[in-house]
Design a protein around this ligand. Structure first.
Ligand SMILES: Nc1ncnc2c1ncn2[C@@H]1O[C@H](COP(=O)(O)OP(=O)(O)OP(=O)(O)O)[C@@H](O)[C@H]1O
Ligand SMILES: [Mg+2]
Length: 411
């Protein structure tokens, strides 16, 4: 028998109920994509001529996050390779512009998917864009076929580097004699095209394919299909999938979010040593996802915003369930004093309170006090985990012995 170690207790408690975890990861591409056959067919119809060495139109694929754009294109890529096994007429090239976002990086990445001879590879840095472009064009032309280049998250590259890369890639056909290149751009931010030069905009968007968000029934089908392969029978309570689908449909119709909920629910059940995944696990998973999102936001707050939030927390702990901007401000001044930080004006602090309100961390309602004027009624709207996170922030380490002075001021 193996000796016990620090993992033993954990391994014994964990009751493995997910047959295949990989299937629930959002990077997994399933063989079937329910409710996207229409979009698949729409794109296939446009690019099918490539199999006869005819250049298809460029396409812009547009849809909100989690609507299956990347999954659909990767499915089509696989099918295209099956239809032309030796890649005699057509090559499919995929670049994720979130990962590779400079024009050089994108051309380098494309080139090295085409150039198979390692001694001919383009160097990682050092060449001019024109040189790498002309080398790439030569290689493409030598192959005498159609290249379908998919640029996923195309707006990312644009945000950082402007439209140079699109200029290179949409004009490449002008220097080619034999081969032809078609571009498929994918984006979840349709607005970015407004900033492209008119010529590039019309070239990139010769055809547009729009992916709408999924509705609750579609999300349910997607989850059932994934769950069939991921779980053994009987480990999912009947209400789990409809619940995950309903929560995600309410938000944005995002399949990634729905899958994350299902995967995290299964994880929580396993960690508890439970044998059945239930709606209660989904609820906890939802809370955890939301908590993670709020903690991310908290991490990005400036010290001044954190101090304002800390003032609301301190007032709440002092018995004020609701408070005015003046209440927050007087506590804020004392905290600034305690941590030796500059004091902003009440007006600026009111602005920071509005920002915290927009982020959903506090609630601020305008309230009228008749002749006394109007003020904001502020309430803390943050789970206790976030409160502890703020309180344990390095900035406030000297505040433990602090007690706010009560003082009510109307703004
Ligand atoms: N119709 C579908 N059937 C099965 N799984 C799907 C379907 N649509 C999306 N998914 C899954 O949902 C997750 C998110 O999809 P995908 O990555 O394709 O979204 P996206 O539209 O590219 O989002 P983003 O704009 O954020 O990149 C992936 O795990 C994908 O496999
Ligand atoms: Mg994507």
């Amino acid at each position: 028998m193996t000796e016990s170690n620090i993992f033993t207790q954990y391994m014994q408690k964990r009751n493995v109920i997910v047959k295949n975890k990989k299937i629930l990861q959002s990077s997994y591409i399933p063989d079937k994509l329910p409710h996207r056959m229409d979009k698949i067919n729409e794109i296939v119809e446009i690019i099918a001529p490539s199999l006869n060495k005819d250049k298809p139109s460029n396409i812009l694929v547009i849809g909100k996050t989690g609507t299956g754009k990347t999954a659909v294109m990767s499915y089509i890529g696989k099918e295209l390779r099956k239809a032309d096994v030796e890649q005699k007429n057509c090559s499919y090239i995929y670049v994720n512009c979130e990962v590779v976002d400079t024009p050089y990086g994108i051309l380098y990445n494309i080139s090295n998917q085409i150039i198979t001879d390692p001694s001919k590879r383009i160097p990682f840095t050092g060449w001019s864009l024109d040189k790498i472009f002309s080398e790439l064009s030569d290689y493409i032309d030598k192959e005498d076929k159609i290249f379908i280049i998919v640029l996923d998250e195309i707006d990312r590259s644009f945000q950082k580097n402007g439209d140079d890369i699109f200029y290179y890639l949409t004009t490449i056909n002008e220097v080619l004699q034999n081969s032809r290149v078609s571009i498929i751009g994918i984006t979840n931010n349709a607005k970015f095209t407004e900033f492209l030069s008119p010529k590039i905009k019309s070239r990139l968007g010769e055809e547009k394919v729009i992916f709408p968000p999924y509705n609750v029934n579609q999300l349910r089908d997607i989850l059932y299909e994934r769950a069939k392969d991921a779980f053994d029978e009987g480990v999912l309570d009947d209400e789990v999938i409809p619940y995950c689908a309903a929560l995600s449909a309410q938000e944005m119709g995002d399949a990634r979010r729905a899958l994350d909920l299902l995967r995290m629910s299964a994880d929580l059940a396993e960690r508890n040593g439970d044998v059945l995944i239930t709606a209660a696990h989904v609820k906890s998973a939802k809370n955890k996802i939301e908590l993670d999102a709020v903690s991310e936001v908290i991490k990005t707050l400036t010290i001044q915003s954190k101090t304002v939030l800390m003032s609301v927390i301190k007032n709440t702990e002092d018995g004020m369930s609701t408070m005015t901007t003046g209440d927050v401000y007087s506590t804020y001044k004392t905290i600034c004093d305690a941590i030796s930080q500059s004091v902003l004006t009440q007006r600026r602090v009111a602005g920071l309170i509005s920002e915290l309100d927009m982020l959903g961390i506090v609630h601020a309602r305008v309230k009228s006090f008749g002749r006394a004027g109007r003020t904001k009624e502020i309430e803390l709207n943050t789970p206790k985990e976030i409160i502890s996170m703020i309180k344990s922030d390095e900035v406030f380490k000297d505040l433990d012995s602090y007690k706010p002075q009560k003082q009510t001021t109307l703004m």
